[in-house]
Write a protein that binds this ligand. Structure first.
Ligand SMILES: NC(=O)c1ccc[n+]([C@@H]2O[C@H](COP(=O)([O-])OP(=O)(O)OC[C@H]3O[C@@H](n4cnc5c(N)ncnc54)[C@H](O)[C@@H]3O)[C@@H](O)[C@H]2O)c1
Ligand SMILES: [Zn+2]
Ligand SMILES: [Zn+2]
Length: 370
C-alpha cells in the first residue's frame, strides 16, 4: 500500500478537496497506474452534485492517461512501464453480449476489486467510490488491468488521454453508432466537447455535409475548425428547417440528414434530431438526459412512416482495445487533431475553477497534469 494526493468529493454539492488516500498494492487482475493527465468531464461535476448516486466520498476523474507502475500476479496484457489510456469498459468476455460477439455492449464490465480509502482525518479508512471505476484526479490509482489500454508511448498524454471518455463518446457516436461513411450527411446538435468530437469523427469518415448546430456562436466556430461544413445557430433559426434546406441542396430531394447526433441530452433537441433526419435516417442520442425528462408528443405514425433507426450511444459504442490505438495512430499521423480539444492544462488544485469555466462555455476540455 502507498499514500498519494487525490481530489475527492466528500459530500453532495460541497467543493472538491485534495486529500491523502491509500492505494493498495495490485491484487489478481489489478494494476496501479501513475496518472499523467486527466481531463475534467461534465460527469465529474454530476458526481459531485449527487446526480449519479449517493456513494460519497467520490474519488473524481476518469479521462486519463498514465504509466503502469505495478500489476497483480496473474496480469499478462499490460506490464510496468506501459503507457496506457484508462477506459471504463473493461469487457468480461463471459456475459451474453460478449458471448455473441458484441463486446462493445458488455453487460458486466469490471473495475478493481480492492478499494482505495481515505488516509487521514476522523474518517480515515473510509472506502472511496472512484468515478466510473477509475478515479484519476490522483497521483496514482488502482484499476482493473483490463481498464488499461496500451497505446503509442510517443503520443502527447494530455491529448490522447481525452479518448478515455468524452472524445471517444463523440467520435464513436458518429462512426460506430451512427456508422457515417464517405458521402453520408450528418448533423450534430450540441457542439461541446462531445459534439465537436462527433464532428471530428464524421470528418475522419468523409461525411458530407457536416452540419453543426448550437445556440452558442463560440461553439460553432470550434465546430467549423474541427471539420463542420455548415453551421446553424439554433437560437436564431429553426434548426430542423435549416438542416433540411442544407441537405436538399446536396442530394436530389434529400429531406434531412442521414444521421443526426444529439449531444445535449434534452427532449427538445432530441425532437429536433428526430425531425431533421432524412427518410430511413438514424438518430443517435449521446447526450445524457436526467430521469425526469420525457420525450414530447410524437405521433406514432411519424416513427413508423419515416423508417430508419433511433439509437443511443454509450461511450461511442467503443471497444477500447480496438479504437484507442487506432485513433492514437491517426492523431500521430496528423489526421485527427486531439490537441484542439485541450483548451488548457491545469493543476490538481484547479478543478473547481475548471467546473466554473465549463458553465461559461469557454473550454472544450481542461486537462489536469499530475
Ligand atoms: N453517452 C456517453 O457515453 C457520454 C459520454 C460523455 C458525455 N456525455 C454527455 O454528452 C453531453 C454533452 O457533453 P459535453 O461535455 O459536450 O457538454 P458541454 O456542456 O460541453 O456541451 C453542450 C453543448 O450543448 C449546447 N446546447 C445547450 N442547449 C442547446 C440547445 N437547446 N440547442 C443546441 N445546443 C445546445 C451548449 O451550448 C454546448 O455547446 C452531456 O449530456 C454529457 O453528459 C455522454
Ligand atoms: Zn461481457
Ligand atoms: Zn466523462
Amino acid at each position: 500500500m502507498q499514500q498519494v494526493r487525490a481530489v475527492i468529493a466528500r459530500s453532495k454539492g460541497a467543493p472538491v478537496e485534495i486529500a491523502t488516500i491509500n492505494v493498495p498494492d495490485p491484487g489478481p487482475g489489478e494494476a496501479v497506474v501513475k496518472v499523467l493527465t486527466c481531463g475534467v468531464c461534465h460527469t465529474d461535476l454530476h458526481y459531485r452534485e449527487g446526480g449519479i448516486n449517493d456513494d460519497f466520498p467520490f474519488l473524481l476523474g476518469h479521462e486519463a492517461s498514465g504509466i503502469v507502475e505495478s500489476v497483480g500476479p496473474d496480469v499478462t496484457d499490460v506490464a510496468p512501464g506501459d503507457f496506457v489510456i484508462l477506459n471504463w469498459r473493461a469487457v468480461c468476455g463471459e456475459c451474453r453480449a460478449c458471448k455473441r460477439g458484441d463486446l462493445h455492449y458488455c453487460f458486466a464490465t469490471h473495475n478493481a476489486k480492492q478499494r482505495m480509502t481515505l488516509a487521514d482525518g476522523p474518517d480515515a479508512g473510509t472506502e472511496l467510490s472512484p468515478a466510473l471505476g477509475i478515479g484519476a484526479f490522483a497521483e496514482k490509482t488502482l484499476v482493473a488491468a483490463g481498464q488499461c489500454t496500451k497505446v503509442d508511448p510517443a503520443a502527447r498524454p494530455a491529448a490522447v488521454g481525452l479518448l478515455g471518455c468524452g472524445v471517444m463518446a463523440g467520435i464513436g457516436a458518429a462512426i460506430n453508432t451512427g456508422q457515417v461513411t464517405r458521402g453520408r450527411s450528418i448533423a450534430v446538435i450540441g457542439c461541446g466537447g462531445v459534439g465537436v468530437a462527433a464532428i471530428a469523427g464524421a470528418a475522419l469518415a468523409g461525411a458530407s455535409p457536416i452540419i453543426a448546430v448550437d445556440i452558442d456562436a463560440k461553439k460553432l466556430e470550434k465546430a467549423r475548425a474541427m471539420g463542420a461544413t455548415h453551421t446553424v445557430d439554433s437560437s436564431a433559426v429553426d434548426p430542423v428547417e435549416e438542416i433540411k434546406r442544407i441537405c436538399a441542396g446536396t442530394y436530389a430531394g434529400a429531406e434531412g440528414a442521414d444521421v443526426v447526433v444529439e449531444a445535449v441530452g434534452r427532449p427538445e433537441t432530441w425532437k429536433q434530431a428526430f425531425y431533421a433526419r432524412d427518410l430511413a435516417g438514424t438518430v443517435v442520442l449521446v447526450g445524457v438526459p436526467t430521469p425526469d425528462m420525457v420525450v414530447p408528443d410524437i405521433p406514432l405514425i411519424d416513427v413508423f412512416g419515416r423508417g430508419g433507426a433511433l439509437k443511443s450511444s454509450w461511450y461511442g459504442d467503443c471497444l477500447p482495445s480496438r479504437d484507442f490505438p487506432m485513433l492514437v495512430d491517426l492523431y500521430q499521423q496528423g489526421r485527427l487533431d486531439l490537441d484542439a480539444f485541450v483548451t488548457e492544462e491545469i493543476g490538481i488544485g484547479d478543478i473547481e475553477a475548471a467546473f466554473e469555466r465549463m458553465h461559461h462555455g469557454d473550454v472544450l476540455r481542461s486537462v489536469v497534469v499530475l
